[in-house]
Design a protein around this ligand. Structure first.
Ligand code: AMP
Ligand code: MG
Length: 404
């Protein structure tokens, strides 16, 4: 048995990004850049006006109010070639238009009488005011987004501003999902006596998608050698393989043996975590194989704590573990020492502190408590019980906009 921390360390040490690709900018939000990106040109490309107003020479405007002759008009999109601000003159200019030769300041229309042929300036003018200078945002050749940056709308805006329709990002791994068990029927079939719906495949596919990867549903391996051989072989063609069930010490638990037969190298089996103890991790070549226990709560918790960080790392993300924060228990939590205990919680905020209550019955077989959980407490292996009022480390489970 390995500890919770050791299991995570072994997993994260043995997974790497699976490659890179160039994709359209529109698809890149949320993805991770795989190269530094340098500006192909200055931003902005030319000095331009930051306001709607008048382009002037500041030395003409020493005494206020001051009257200037308006000799031209430059809307956004106009070319400033040949337009000159002569002494004693002004050119009417709109935001974003290139500033004409001769001027060194822009006076906002709100600080004038808004004259068309002549304009009176009502406020003092300083040199360079309301100018956007060439390259003041970014100079040509400067790296403006680094490798490993997560693309958000601001990055999209800047990449688009530089005309980059295709951007280099880490590839999204394909993740094969294989359930095992003779008791399983597929979604759409009504379970007969002794049968249950293969819900883990759907839940795992949802979780895989939620962290940005591409699920490949392999189906069900029945509890015999031939079926396992065939389905595991198929699953190993993906970048990652996740199996559910058949990994404990039962008579029909074949996953680990058949994986070994297919050439996978087991890195660990059994982790000091509850629920989720029988989890195994193996490498087939460089393909990570996660064998998760079949109990739906255990499957989801081990995905959350072990598989999710690995899938994020494989896509180039740097922050792969959910941040832990403190929550104050409203009720006591009992636990035995020796294993990390995962507790499903509900949270509320009071006077700037998070308060936590149990989301319900914490037994592994109770799925509804997982549905109700907003957060998970990761209680350290060595700890025993926690009293009401004690602080524990928790992380969100899923995205809870209503809690933010
Ligand atoms: P096992 O590890 O094969 O002993 O399975 C542990 C428990 O998880 C049993 O109660 C199974 O019926 C249940 N289980 C296994 N596979 C699935 C699945 N794909 N969907 C939902 N429950 C499952
Ligand atoms: Mg089974």
């Amino acid at each position: 048995m390995v500890s919770f921390e050791e299991a995570r360390r072994i997993i994260l040490e043995n997974v790497q990004p699976v490659g890179t690709e160039r994709i359209h900018l529109l698809e890149a939000t949320g993805r991770v850049l795989s190269e530094d990106v340098a500006a192909p040109w200055d931003m902005p490309l030319w000095d331009n006006s930051a306001m709607d107003g008048y382009a002037v020479r500041h030395q003409d405007c020493v005494t206020i109010p001051c009257k200037l002759r308006v000799t031209g008009f430059l809307p956004a999109g106009a070319k400033a070639d040949g337009v000159i601000v002569e002494p004693g003159c002004a050119v009417r200019i709109m935001t974003g238009a290139p500033v004409p030769a001769g001027c060194d300041a822009v006076v906002p229309v709100e600080e004038t009488d808004n004259g068309q042929l002549e304009v009176t300036l009502l406020e003092p003018v300083t040199k360079g005011q309301h100018f956007r200078f060439r390259a003041e945002d970014v100079s040509a050749g400067v790296v403006f987004v680094r490798n490993e940056t997560v693309v958000r709308p601001p990055e999209v805006n800047m990449l688009a501003g530089f005309g980059m329709a295709l951007v280099p990002v880490y590839r999204r791994p394909t993740v094969a999902i294989l359930s095992t068990g003779d008791e399983l029927v597929e979604l759409g079939q009504t379970p007969g006596p002794g049968e249950i719906v293969n819900s883990n495949t759907l839940s795992l596919a949802a979780a895989v998608r939620e962290c940005g990867c591409i699920p490949r549903i392999i189906g069900i391996a029945r509890d015999n050698r031939e079926s396992h051989l065939e389905k595991l072989h198929e699953g190993l063609k993906a970048d990652v393989l996740i199996t559910s069930a058949g990994v404990s010490a039962g008579d029909c638990d074949l996953v680990r043996d058949i994986l070994e037969e297919l050439g996978a190298r087991q890195m660990f089996w059994k982790v000091g975590i509850k629920p989720g103890g029988p989890t195994a991790f193996a490498l087939h070549g460089t393909t990570p194989v996660f064998s998760l226990p079949g109990n739906p709560v255990s499957t989801m918790i081990t995905f959350e704590e072990f598989v999710r960080p690995a899938l994020l790392k494989m896509q180039g993300y740097q922050r792969v573990l959910r941040p832990l924060f403190k929550a104050v228990l409203k009720e006591e939590l009992k636990k035995k020492p020796g294993k990390v205990q995962i507790v499903r919680l509900r949270l509320e905020k009071e006077a700037g502190r998070w308060l936590a209550t149990s989301a319900g019955n914490q037994q592994t077989a109770i799925l509804k408590t997982m549905v109700d959980a907003q957060a998970i407490a990761v209680l350290p292996a060595e700890s025993t019980s926690f009293a009401a009022g004690d602080e524990v480390d928790v992380h969100f489970y899923g995205n809870h906009i209503e809690l933010e």
